[in-house]
Design a protein around this ligand. Structure first.
Ligand code: DP6
Length: 346
């Protein structure tokens, strides 16, 4: 017998950023964060997990058709947790097949090119954890699975839900209160959209994992970010989502991205993720909002130069239509740059 389960998980883009670990081993964050999940029709990871007593050898992982490392500490932490939960079920009920003792074969693929330069670890670990949880028939809620996915990659814990998702950073040393919760379902604010401008598909210079640890160790500005800036942004963002207040949502999104990148620049030595084209995208959003006489677009940048522009569907004309024409004159802007226009929440 070959036991099998498949699942998909969406990409999420944070509007209040996770940046900093208080415990790198358990992957516990210095602060809470909040993200919007992108439509799975556009961006998702599909993962199939199988296991069988007839499989020879060790666990294996194939990522976008290439054999991939399954031995990494992060992946191993997830597999260990899932196997332990399955083993507990098997111990309670001896008629269950002993899946926990069988080698696992995991096959995972993204429906967007790796060259898109989008972080895929969030969707990747979320799909991996849920596929195996389904295979093992674990009675786990998305929040419970988020505790496991977090150990694969912090941002992954937010990809177990659709819609608007908070990762409550938690305070406990064991990390049991560091998990994702749904702030609002996608249907609450369904006209939210994301335009992703791929400035560069190149692999980022400083990985998030290492960059955030350098920031924690050396940035003074960062202390203020986690003590006061992020808690205020979390409160304002949750209220903005509750009230479907786009100008408030946009202001917090842009300020939080700016605060995060300021902390990167305040890291010693400094980390620069945004480049000239990123900065031109900021100016383009400002020009779009000025022309509209109100805030109809918001930018945010992760650990790389690519821009994500949030806007409401009814404003796609002035936002998407204007955005590229404003960037055309920018040095370093390539006509070949790709973009993904995604229903942010569906
Ligand atoms: C800038 O989740 O990739 O995208 O936990 O070390 O795997 P690890 O980090 P990761 O960091 C994401 C950082 C960010 C902000 C965010 O998604 O909140």
């Amino acid at each position: 017998t070959i036991y099998k389960a498949s699942t998909t998980a969406p990409v999420n883009i944070a509007v209040v950023k996770y940046w900093g670990k208080r415990d790198p081993k358990l992957n516990l964050p210095t602060n809470s964060s909040l993200s919007v999940t992108l439509s799975q029709a556009d961006l998702r990871t599909l993962t199939t997990a199988t296991c069988s007593a007839t499989y020879q050898g060790e666990d294996s992982l194939i990522l976008n058709d290439e054999p991939s490392d399954i031995k990494g500490a992060r992946t191993q932490a997830c597999l260990r947790e899932l196997r332990a939960r399955r083993a507990a079920l098997e111990a309670e009920n001896s008629s269950l097949p002993k899946l926990s003792t069988m080698p696992l074969r995991i096959v995972s693929e993204n429906n967007f090119p790796t060259a898109a330069g989008l972080a895929s670890s969030a969707a990747g670990f979320a799909a991996l954890v849920r596929a195996i949880a389904n295979l093992y028939e674990l009675p786990s809620s998305p929040t419970e699975l988020s505790l496991i996915a977090r150990q694969g990659s912090g941002s992954a814990c937010r990809s177990l839900f659709g819609g608007y998702v908070a990762w409550r950073g938690g305070e406990q040393a064991d990390g049991l209160d560091s998990k994702a919760v749904e702030v609002a379902p996608a249907s609450h604010w369904p006209n939210m959209r994301a335009l992703i401008l791929v400035v560069s598909a190149a692999k980022k210079g400083v990985s998030s994992t290492s960059g955030m640890q350098q920031t924690v160790a050396t940035s003074d500005l960062f202390q203020g970010r986690i003590a006061t800036v992020v808690p205020a942004h979390m409160d304002k963002m949750e209220a903005a989502i509750r009230d479907r207040d786009f100008p408030a949502f946009a202001e917090v999104t842009m300020k939080d991205s700016n605060s995060f990148h300021a902390c990167c620049m305040d890291t010693y030595p400094p980390i620069y993720y945004m480049n000239d084209v990123s900065r031109a995208a900021v100016r383009a959003v400002e020009a779009i909002n000025a022309a509209a006489g109100k805030t109809i677009a918001a930018y945010t940048f992760d650990a790389g130069p690519n821009a994500v522009i949030y806007y409401l569907e009814e404003n796609s004309g002035p936002v998407v239509g204007t955005f590229y024409s404003l960037l055309q004159g920018t040095d370093g802007w390539k006509d070949g740059a790709k973009s993904y226009d995604s229903a942010a929440v569906k």
